[in-house]
Design a protein around this ligand. Structure first.
Ligand code: ME8
Length: 651
């Protein structure tokens, strides 16, 4: 058997300086979707994430809480791991830079640089931004502040080791120019070349002496290794770089190193030079994605304007959050996170498009075929061909988008199939086919095709939303059939077995009330809690009505005395109903497609008695019968479950 192709993907290792926000989750969710996609499509994947635990910033933060740095980071790292579990991040390894497997290798790497003359001792007198852990020159500052984060820089003056960056600058420039895929998206490449490489690379200070929370320089214990040299090495130390029999040979160089554009300089200038000095190959692609912004600007752990992904996933499900992050923002560009756009995506894409497709289809399969998947007929009509064509093209289109790291486009491709399937229902109107026994075979074909299309959708959806397909598989009766959940099973349309038991489950994504969600989240309390504490405000907030408003509707039991078809109308019936008043009410109702006039006589139905009379086709209608309408267009009158005196109030 041929060896599987490998795929190594990394995220930045996060500072455990504070809980992570939805912006940090964005990188990790995107990396997870890529990793899952590659696993699904047959690659042997290694997905690495972790935490960057040393440095002055963490030491200061720990001091501020009165905890030793090691205890301080332990707590946050625990939280981060829980978050990744909550968001279904399926990493293969989680590296902490405080682990000895990392520290020992970084010390050896530093020693080697020193021995081969890449590092020399000197004195650093200059500027430093602690939140970014970055050195700056006077010329690079913006309005006297750090050009990256806009915060104050500090003047430091200490003995330090320096790395001879300039020695490798030309080689790096050549590499970047010869490998257009190295810095992605391409727009970021020129920024690096023009702002940093062309003006000439200065040697980089790679040790500090004014604090001790770091990896000591092995031959000069007053120094700790600069946190970025320490951190960047994680991508190879985690693979066991330098160890006999490690997976390093198998997975390095990385296929994709995913980062935010804020740390592109470290990953496309320092990191490749550190690797060149070790004689190791460079990662194939460093992809700098855009920022997830709030309306008021960039989200940041230290600005205190961060949105807690744990709260969002807890309230709306991790699948919904993952979908939003991956779908809303074209990968690479900046995008705005707002609750409005999040809820709108849930309602439109997940509840209306996907959720309705599944619930309508399964309801019809239960109603018309007792939950047993019918057999499709041999022939195909135009709508069948369209649906099948879209379904068969979708895996190809999704894979091509993913290969170009266009995650949002991949989901857009998948949604074409979701929408095409909904259109297929509307085009074929199964509820009409169900009325005519001669159309039974056609009805079976339509239901079969819908379920097969839903299977395609669920298989492709899995890397992006790992939980939802499980529920779909359950509903379409293939949760025990792993073969039908595989990517390979999409090579052929029609693999669902007729006779499979299918069963409608809970709605995948109930629709949400936007206003209620906005108010509840603003109050930063779950809606239920709020409603209990401040009833009036909560009701108004949630778009609810109070009892008084409800009682303005005069609801009665109406008994149908007579019913007849309205002339020249296929839809309307003219009824006479008794609501306990002296004179009977005349009502025009759109029931003709669902009921024969004679079967209505004598029925007791719920009735709105104080609706303003209107004329329909010139006939006066004095009230309204209440009926339930199903997603599939089925209509059912609402009745009382005991015989009541006509006119009885409903409250
Ligand atoms: O920089 N939108 O760690 P960090 C999108 N430890 N992504 C965002 C974001 C936002 N608003 N805010 C943060 C570090 N990110 C270093 C990395 S790697 C060897 C060391 C993401 O905790 C983005 O990927 O500050 C960014 O690069 C990363 O979080 C920074 O996380």
């Amino acid at each position: 058997m041929a060896e599987k192709k490998t795929f190594y993907i990394t995220t930045p290792i996060y500072y455990p300086s504070n809980k992570l926000h939805v912006g940090n989750s964005y990188t990790t969710v995107a990396a997870d979707a890529m990793a899952r996609f590659k696993r699904l499509t047959g690659y042997k994947v290694w997905f690495l994430t972790g935490t960057d635990e040393h440095g002055q910033k963490i030491q200061r933060q720990a001091e501020a809480t009165g905890k030793p740095p090691a205890d301080f980071v332990d707590e946050i790292v625990e939280w981060i791991k829980e978050l990744w579990q909550e968001l279904d991040i399926e990493y293969d390894d989680f590296i902490r830079t405080t682990e000895s497997r990392h520290k020992e290798k970084v010390a050896r790497i530093f020693e080697r640089y020193y021995e081969q003359g890449d590092i020399y001792k000197g004195k650093y007198e200059g500027l430093y931004c602690t939140p970014c852990e970055a050195y700056w020159t006077e010329r690079q500052l913006e309005d006297g502040n750090c050009p990256d984060c806009g915060r104050k820089v500090e003047l430091i003056d200490e003995e330090a080791y320096f790395f001879r960056m300039s020695k490798y600058a030309d080689r790096l420039l050549k590499h970047i120019e010869a490998h257009p895929e190295f810095i992605q998206p391409p727009s970021r490449k020129n920024e690096m070349i023009n702002n940093f490489l062309k003006p000439g690379l200065e040697d980089l200070c790679v040790s500090r002496t004014s604090f001790d929370w770091g990896i000591p320089v092995p031959f000069d214990q007053d120094h700790v290794i600069y946190v970025w040299l320490d951190a960047l090495s994680n991508y190879i130390t985690a693979l066991g770089y330098g160890e006999e029999g490690s997976i390093y040979e198998e997975f390095w160089p990385a296929d994709v190193q995913l980062i935010g554009k804020d740390i592109l300089r470290f990953h496309t200038i320092y990191w490749p030079i550190f690797l060149m000095a070790l004689g190791e190959p460079l990662p194939k692609t460093v992809f700098g994605h855009g920022w997830l912004m709030l309306q008021e600007g960039k989200m940041s752990k230290s600005k205190g304007n961060a949105i807690d992904p744990m709260v969002l996933a807890g309230r709306y499900s991790s699948d919904a959050l993952r979908y939003f992050l991956l779908r809303e923002i074209p990968f690479g560009q900046d995008g705005i996170f707002s609750l409005e756009s999040f809820i709108t995506r849930i309602n439109n894409d997940l509840a209306n498009d996907l959720g309705n497709l599944v619930s309508r289809t399964l309801t019809m399969a239960e109603r018309y075929f007792d939950g047993v998947l019918p057999k499709p007929s041999a022939g195909e009509e135009n709508t069948d061909q369209e649906l099948r064509g879209t379904a068969q093209n979708t895996p190809v289109a999704v894979e091509s988008a993913m290969d170009q790291m266009k995650i949002s486009d991949a989901l857009a491709e998948l949604w074409l199939l979701v929408r095409q399937s909904n259109k297929y229902i509307d085009d074929n109107m199964p509820w009409n086919l169900a009325k005519d026994p001669a159309s039974r075979e056609r009805l079976g074909t339509v239901i079969y095709n819908l379920i097969e299309s839903i299977r395609f959708i669920a298989v492709i959806l899995k890397p992006y939303m790992p939980r939802t397909p499980e529920s779909i598989w359950e509903q379409i009766g293939i949760s025990g059939n792993e073969e039908l959940q595989q990517w390979e099973s999409l090579d052929q349309w029609g693999r669902m077995k007729p006779g499979t038991a299918v069963r409608r489950g809970e709605d995948l994504f109930p629709r949400l009330n936007l206003q209620a969600e906005i108010r509840a989240m603003r109050a930063d309390k779950p809606l239920e809690e709020k409603a209990a504490g401040e009833p009036e405000e909560a009701e108004e907030q949630a778009g609810l009505i109070n009892l008084e408003q409800f009682q303005q509707v005069d609801l009665r039991v109406a008994e149908i005395n007579s019913a007849e078809k309205m002339p020249k109308s296929d839809k309307l019936l003219k009824l006479e109903v008794d609501i306990g008043e002296e004179t009977k009410r005349q009502v025009v109702a759109g029931l003709a497609e669902y009921y024969q006039p004679e079967e209505l006589i004598g029925r007791q139905v719920l009735f709105v008695a104080n609706l303003k009379p209107v004329k329909l086709r010139g006939v006066l209608s004095q009230g309204m019968l209440l009926a339930a309408t199903g997603d599939d267009g089925i209509l059912a009158l609402t009745t009382v479950d005991k015989t009541m005196a006509p006119g009885s109030r409903i409250s």
